[in-house]
Design a protein. Structure first.
Length: 91
């Protein structure tokens, strides 16, 4: 989940959302990143997919029009089919 620094965090308690979603069945990991679209964060997500052998990814962030292709590419580079990534628009 991306907090977009303060942008999404002003209206959403992203840490609480991540905490609650971690309790759902079949959720292996739930985290908040300040800027998930930055190269370092995308690399972190790729590493997480590979090290935890994840078979699905849900990204919760801002605009899907501009950012969804970035995350699909990152997921693909991690070795996961990009169609196994789900997008949640937090805006």
């Amino acid at each position: 989940m991306c907090s977009c620094k303060e942008t999404l965090g002003e209206n959403l308690d992203t840490k609480e959302l991540a905490k609650q979603s971690a309790k759902w069945g079949n959720v292996a990991s739930s985290e908040v990143l300040e800027f998930a679209c930055l190269p370092e964060s995308l690399e972190y997500i790729q590493n997480k997919i590979q090290t935890e052998n994840l078979n699905r990814v849900v990204i919760a962030a801002c605009s899907s029009r501009t950012h969804e292709p970035l995350f699909q590419r990152a997921v693909r580079y991690a070795g996961l089919n990009p169609y196994l990534m789900e997008w949640v628009n937090l805006r």
